[in-house]
Design a protein around this ligand. Structure first.
Ligand code: C2E
Ligand code: CA
Ligand code: CA
Length: 532
């Protein structure tokens, strides 16, 4: 057997033995490892001769010490093997540093949860095990709603604290075998394993949402958080990490599209819808760059004088590949795809310029109403854009009306009031669009600087029913009491006009007068309507 003839004091230290204890012992006895031996007892070197590798030695007390080891064959003497020179040093620190780095690159620094790369590695193993054992595995994607708003309005430190609390709650909610990962931003993924067949996952996820999203108090702010949750199952929906992650993302998106604070399980039919959405998004991006969008303008008529007093700008898009796409479809795509600021900026400058030209043709000032998506209102850059569009076109700020939806007011993050106040101080008017649609509480109206309410067309269309007539009445009375003007949209019949006039509604808009028309036709339409 190959045994040692010589050992230096450092070697003795390394393995926690006296120097003379090493002499005459085989390498295998010293390092206590599972090195294989040739039949004559010579160790099979784990690594190529003369090469180096990391290895583990056993100290006398049984503890392990990681080493970097070289084994160099000595020159043979008279044909007999000359033995080996073994050089090894302790690499405990190197290994610790490596583990620290490994942890850093596989974990999210804010919450210390596994990141995407570790999630994928974990999924690979879990999927293999699930397949072997015939068990089910579930992937859940949790995306906080409105997180960006919290970040933007209260600051990143508040947003960060919120993410940490959510991470802690997710860890507390899951079982030891489950994995909680953060994909970045406000997205968390759960991998739930070893599920009891037929487990009521919907109920578990409902509980999760209730527990994890209970109000969070951060630096004195009570934050009510909701989330959109997507789920996908293995093996039913997919068997590899890539497919499952894509599916769960699609399901989550469906939950968001369904109005947020929802849970959706992946279904194959969602794939097609997703492809449609992606195609639409790509086409819209191109359309914005290539000026494929246009605007039409729908006249608004004063009920007392019968004159056209303003127009609402409405976006139109005919895609060369997809045909005409209604704004109800492409505006949400622009919002989700981060294109709404570009689209909104284009609408604003195009419409202001068109208004300046039309009113010159008509010979009197008109008002211009522009629809603004809540997502456009983030940040102050937008205010500068408005001021610039007005100045470039050479119109008065008082001629511009910004139409916002009730949803924006309900969210009420404090910054909304400030933003609207700044808009007002520019001289621009604020209109609440689709008024009466989602929310019954009117109390918030007094808290915001609002100039005008636009009665939702669903009430106008069903104005003949007693209930809707009563709502329309109430809106007009209340708005006037608060010093606001009222415009009704979607007016299609003389009977509807008649009712609105009797109740004191100020302005009307709808197919009874005109649909939206291109800027070039607006002069003619305005003259024709005003003559009636
Ligand atoms: P909205 O602001 O409520 O616009 C009124 C919608 O009602 C328009 O549909 C208009 O064509 C339609 N309409 C007008 N008169 C009548 C009528 O008498 N009867 C009926 N049934 N409908 C009538 P459109 O143009 O398809 O726009 C749909 C929505 O898309 C708009 O609803 C608005 O929310 C959004 N939108 C349109 N243009 C823009 C834009 O430039 N920016 C943003 N952010 N949103 C826009
Ligand atoms: Ca509108
Ligand atoms: Ca509307």
């Amino acid at each position: 057997m190959c045994s040692s003839d010589l050992a230096n004091p450092a070697a003795a230290d390394l393995v926690g033995r006296a120097q003379d204890e090493l002499i005459g012992r085989s390498l295998v006895q010293i390092d206590g490892s599972q090195r294989q031996l040739y039949p004559d007892g010579t160790p099979v070197l784990a690594h190529a001769l003369g090469d180096e590798a990391e290895w583990t030695y056993r100290r006398r007390d049984g503890s392990a010490v990681p080493v970097h080891e070289w084994i160099v064959p000595l020159a043979p003497e008279d044909g007999a093997p000359g033995g080996f020179l073994v050089v090894a040093y302790d690499i405990t620190q190197r290994i610790e540093a490596r583990e620290r780095i490994e942890h850093i690159v596989t974990h999210d620094s804010l919450t210390n949860l596994p990141n995407r790369s570790l999630l994928v590695r974990h999924l690979d193993q879990s999927l293999e095990r699930a397949e072997r054992e015939g068990t089910e595995l579930v992937l859940v994607l949790i995306d906080l709603d409105q997180f960006k708003r919290i970040n933007d309005s209260l600051g990143h430190h508040i947003g960060d604290e919120l993410l940490i609390v959510v991470a802690e709650r997710l860890l507390a909610w899951t079982r030891a075998d489950d994995l909680v990962a953060r994909l970045g931003g406000d997205e968390f993924v759960l991998v739930l394993e070893d599920l009891v067949p037929g487990a009521d996952l919907d109920r578990r996820l409902q509980e999760l949402m209730a527990d994890v999203l209970a109000p969070v108090v951060v630096h004195g702010y009570e934050l009510a958080v909701t989330a959109s949750v997507g789920g996908t199952r293995c093996p039913a929906d997919g068997r590899d990490p890539g497919t499952l992650l894509k599916n769960v993302d699609i399901a989550m998106y469906q939950a968001k599209a369904a109005g947020r604070n929802e849970i959706r399980w992946f279904e194959p039919a969602m794939l097609e819808e997703n492809n449609d959405r992606l195609a639409l998004s790509a086409a819209l991006r191109q359309a914005l760059d290539q000026d494929e969008l246009s605007l039409v303008y729908q006249p608004q008529v004063d009920l007392l004088t019968g004159e056209v007093v303003g127009v609402e700008a409405l976006a139109r898009w005919t895609s060369p590949s997809l045909g005409p796409v209604p704004p109800d479809r492409f505006i949400p795509v622009a919002e989700d795809g981060g294109m709404i600021a570009q689209l909104g900026g284009w609408v604003l400058s195009t419409a202001c310029t068109a208004l300046a030209r039309v009113q010159e043709q008509v010979g009197r000032p008109l008002r211009l109403a522009v629809n603004v998506s809540p997502r456009q209102l983030r940040g102050r850059a937008w205010l500068d854009e408005i001021a610039e569009a007005i100045e470039v076109a050479g119109i008065q700020p008082s001629q511009l009306e910004v139409e916002i939806t009730e949803g924006l007011l309900i969210e009420d993050h404090g910054d909304v009031v400030a933003m609207l106040e700044s808009l007002r101080s520019l001289g621009v008017s604020i209109v609440v669009d689709d008024f009466g649609r989602g929310y019954s509480s009117l109390a918030y109206l007094t808290r915001f600087p609002i100039d005008k309410l636009k009665i939702d067309r669903s009430f106008v269309q069903e104005i003949s029913t007693a209930e809707n007539a009563a709502i329309v009445d109430a809106i007009i009375v209340m708005a006037h009491a608060l010093g606001m003007t009222v415009v009704a949209e979607g007016v299609e019949t003389p009977a509807q006009e008649q009712y609105l006039r009797e109740r004191g509604c100020d302005e009307v808009q709808g197919y009874l007068y005109s649909p939206g028309v291109p800027a070039g036709s607006l002069e003619m339409v305005t003259r024709a309507l005003s003559r009636q």
